[in-house]
Write a protein that binds this ligand. Structure first.
Ligand code: GLP
Length: 240
């Protein structure tokens, strides 16, 4: 594991964005696994800035996102599909046809999960998977407890509902279920890049990357990945 401490959120974002940019430059038709949440917003802003300066070309890049809320359509402002358009896709020259998220509105959830797994497998593997981390150690929406290999529907834990409610008008509006890529495709990615910032992530950063490897902290499984990079700011690295 490469553990990189940076001064602040901006430096964390720049450092992580540089890894993604290097991947796109080295392999213009790469497959990027992308994440949502507050943490990667600065990374996407940095990538957009470099794109606008003419330094990056996303025209041949494919993307697969980690997860989506069940029941939210792509037009819902809190859907991850909306987030990705808003923060990245609509500002760069990616072909929208090459961007992928689970369909939260799919009527047949099992069929949608199978479709998403087949899609990822049609790419071979993900070249670089970007991940944030939940306060309870979840990655994507792989919540603590059991490790499920493929894309699946998950009941969100109260801790995740509480954390994500800040983005909704009220806690009642937070969807209770989500579709998430499973641990198999995350672990099969050629490279994994985790980002975390802020004091509130310090405890989980310590447990996930310097503690016991256990399904109770899904991110701790990443310690077994041969090419794991963790980029954090000083506040999140406080206990290391
Ligand atoms: C959500 C997402 C995760 C993300 C996590 C942390 O639950 N499904 O992919 O890593 O939130 O989000 P934040 O970066 O806002 O702390």
């Amino acid at each position: 594991m490469e553990f990189i401490r940076t001064e602040d959120y901006k430096a964390m974002s720049r450092r992580a964005a540089a890894q993604i940019a290097a991947q796109v430059i080295q392999k213009p038709d790469c497959v990027l696994g992308l994440a949502t949440g507050s943490t990667p917003i600065g990374i996407y802003a940095q990538l957009v800035e470099w794109y606008k300066r003419g330094e990056l070309d996303f025209s041949r890049v494919h993307t697969v996102n980690l997860d989506e809320y069940a029941s939210l359509g792509a037009e819902h402002e809190q859907s991850y599909a909306y987030f990705m358009r808003d923060n990245l896709f609509s500002h760069i020259n990616i072909d929208m046809i090459n961007t992928n998220l689970p369909n939260g509105k799919a009527e047949d959830t099992d069929a949608e999960c199978r479709r998403y797994d087949a899609l990822i497998e049609s790419f071979g593997t993900i070249d670089l998977q970007l991940l944030g981390i939940g306060h309870n150690g979840h990655i994507g929406f792989n919540e603590p407890g059991s490790i499920i290999p493929g894309t699946h529907k998950v009941a969100l834990t109260q801790s995740t509902i509480d954390a994500n409610s800040r983005l909704f008008a009220s806690k009642d509006e937070v969807p209770r279920f989500a579709l998430t890529m499973g641990m198999k495709h995350i672990m099969q990615a050629k490279r994994v890049l985790v980002v975390a910032n802020g004091e509130a992530k310090a405890e989980i950063v310590k447990r996930a990357f310097f503690g016991e490897i256990t399904p109770d902290v899904p991110a701790s499984i990443l310690q077994l990945h041969p090419r794991l990079t963790v980029v954090v700011d000083e506040a999140a690295a406080r206990l290391i």
